[in-house]
Design a protein around this ligand. Structure first.
Ligand SMILES: [Ca+2]
Ligand SMILES: [Ca+2]
Length: 623
């Protein structure tokens, strides 16, 4: 075994289990991956997470995404990101003398403190998040969106070097590839770690000019074939430097195909479901490991392994040890790679969608604790509380890979065994949105400015600010919305209602949140804390147009005023202790309802809502 082997991890984005030749694709031509599999080992039960951010959080930290508080997709100017307290695969290898680089899509936070160079990578080149998250995204309220979210930034180290118009994305795969090849040549004489997470094949699809129109599978196939070309270029560089016997290359994808996108989506092959869900198609990924002389050519491993195993595996192979100050979920899979074992190091593997534990696998058995979705779904509506009756479904993945036949009734002892694994995990990471003792905090950015090209920052770049004019239909992500946890706040606006029963503004769901709404024309202010609902209601319906102010004070006092006059007062238990995990919605309430509404709260308020402001005590004033 060579001392300090090099590691290269090539990751596709949103590519399905059945999208490459070694995993059964007959549409997409992938000669380089075919060769990689012929010369290496295919892992057929390799797991990631159902979405980009949590999947990458797992790779980088060796933990389930929920453990490191990155279970959901982050958006530009996120207020949270990868905590600098975490050990990452890069920081640990760097500590062992490795040259480290990240080239491609990052997506675990875009504030500077969250960027790769702050997490163990010597250098970085790429997009800090998904390629559909630029400020030029069509269909957004242009001025406001443009002031809030930068055009898609290409970042080198910590600096925006270019902003990409849609057509500019065509060059990304080649750009990443050339940077990767150069890195290999530049670092041939020292151990290195190359992390190469492609922007491809995430929608919008942008294959390079040389690949466009060349596959038998549309733009999607074109881009898969370009990734394959990249794999070939990287392997060629490794061979040119004579490094093949001391370089482990791993290829995989971050989550399943985005099946709702039709022909622009990938293919999960024999697996059910896709991106966003916890059927196998959402979370099981193709994986190939290549290391001539160490990993047997043409071999296959069916044992359960996961992307968070790479951290302890690489660290071990590099001669290091993972520090014990932080619990990790990953296990060393060297014995699988070297053919010394066919046993998974995981007694149980857990399927999370966001923070909701949806299923657990042990060996051939998979127990679905809640009804699963083929793709995205309202996961938390169905978070399992294992102490309450539920009817889980049991699948035998060896006999029923497509998860069609529930055999729970025939194997009650298996159900009970897997249920006990699930209980163990609930005790560690908590049920649903409630954090268990094993959950560590994410990194926080108080005032994320976003990644703008120097000199192109908007005059008043801001997240939601009290001075923002919010309009009916606006939705502000929880991490961007006013941070109300543990703070008193005040909401003011003027309304001219046509609706008699509708929401004026709401943020939150069944656990925490607040809402102002009309019941038969009468304004009501509601606050939810730890599931309990407190409300105050005005005495009657005001005139045609009126001002509303609702306030939650330190001591829990709730005051609802109409046209500047107190109209109702009451008392909640105190402040709202946790930031709601649903979006702030103007004129409606999405997801789980905060208030006790009379009509469907997702139907938008008819009439006018003007000058809506949410003012939080102690929010930093903006210049
Ligand atoms: Ca993805
Ligand atoms: Ca809601």
């Amino acid at each position: 075994m060579p001392e300090k082997p090099n590691f290269i991890f090539i990751l596709a984005d949103d590519m399905g289990y059945g999208d490459i030749g070694p995993f059964g694709s007959v549409k997409n031509r992938t000669p380089n991956l075919d060769r990689m599999a012929r010369e290496g080992m295919k892992f057929t039960s390799f797991y990631a997470a159902p979405l980009c951010t949590p999947s990458r959080a797992q790779i980088l930290t060796g933990c389930y995404a929920k453990r490191v508080s990155l279970p959901d997709v982050l958006f530009p100017r996120s207020r949270i990101g990868l905590n600098t307290n975490e050990h990452t695969i890069a920081s640990l290898l760097k500590g062992l003398g490795y040259a480290t680089v990240a080239i491609g899509k990052w997506h675990v936070g875009d504030d500077r403190q969250f960027l790769p160079t702050r997490h163990g990578f010597d250098h970085y080149l790429g997009l800090p998040y998904s390629n559909d998250m630029g400020g030029e995204v069509p269909g957004k309220d242009t001025d406001k969106w443009k002031n809030r979210v930068p055009p898609l930034p290409l970042v080198r180290d910590e600096k925006v070097v270019e902003t990409l118009r849609p057509a500019d994305q065509d060059k990304l795969t080649a750009l990443y590839t050339e940077e990767a090849v150069k890195f290999i040549h530049d670092n041939k004489s020292r151990p290195f770690f190359l992390y190469l997470p492609h922007t491809a094949v995430h929608i919008p699809l942008h294959p390079g000019a040389k690949f466009r129109g060349k596959s038998a599978n549309g733009l999607y196939g074109d881009w898969v074939e370009e990734i394959d070309w990249c794999v070939g270029r990287v392997m060629e560089a490794v061979r040119q430097e004579g490094l093949e016997n001391r370089t482990l290359i791993v290829f995989s994808s971050d989550n399943g195909p985005w099946i709702s996108k039709g022909t622009n989506a990938g293919n999960a092959g024999p697996l059910r479901g896709g991106k966003g869900g916890t059927f196998e198609g959402g979370i099981r990924e193709p994986m190939i490991a290549w290391w001539p002389g160490q990993v047997a050519a043409g071999s296959l491993c069916a044992a359960v392994a996961a992307n968070f195993d790479l951290l302890p595996t690489f660290v071990k192979l590099a001669g290091g040890t993972v520090p014990s100050d932080h619990k990790i979920d990953g296990r060393d899979i060297t014995p699988l790679l070297l053919g010394q074992s066919t046993e998974s190091p995981h007694e149980a593997f857990y399927y999370f969608a966001s923070t909701s534990l949806q299923a657990v696998r042990a060996g051939e058995w998979k127990l679905a604790l809640v009804p699963q979705y083929e793709g995205f779904g309202p996961y938390h509506a169905l978070s399992a509380d294992l102490n309450h009756p539920l009817t889980p479904k049991l699948y035998n993945l060896e006999q029923d890979l497509g998860e069609k036949r529930d055999v729970a009734a025939e194997h009650p002892e298996v159900v009970e065994r897997l249920m006990s694994y699930a209980r163990e995990m609930d005790g560690d990471l908590g049920v649903g949105k409630a954090n268990g003792p094993g959950v560590r905090a994410p990194g926080h950015a108080d005032n994320p400015k976003g990644l703008w090209l120097a000199g192109h920052e908007p005059a008043s770049p801001s997240l939601y600010q009290p001075s923002d004019k919010l309009r009916i239909g606006d939705e502000i992500e929880p991490d961007e919305a006013p941070q109300i946890a543990g703070r008193s706040f005040r909401i003011t606006c003027r309304v001219k209602p046509v609706s008699r029963n509708a929401v004026i503004v709401a943020q939150g769901g069944s656990r925490t949140g607040y809402s102002i709404y009309l019941i038969d024309g009468v304004p009501t202010f509601g606050v939810r804390e730890e599931g309990k609902f407190y409300s105050v209601t005005a005495a009657g319906a005001p005139g045609k147009t009126y001002g509303i102010e609702a306030e939650l004070r330190e001591d829990g006092a709730m005051i609802l005023s109409i046209d500047g006059q107190p109209a109702a007062t009451g008392k909640a238990a105190g402040l709202i202790t946790r930031q709601p995990t649903e979006a702030l919605c103007v004129g409606f309430d999405n997801g789980a309802p905060v208030g006790k509404y009379k009509d469907n709260p997702t139907i938008h308020f008819k009439g006018g809502i003007f000058d809506l402001e949410v003012i939080v005590a102690g929010e930093r004033a903006q210049p």
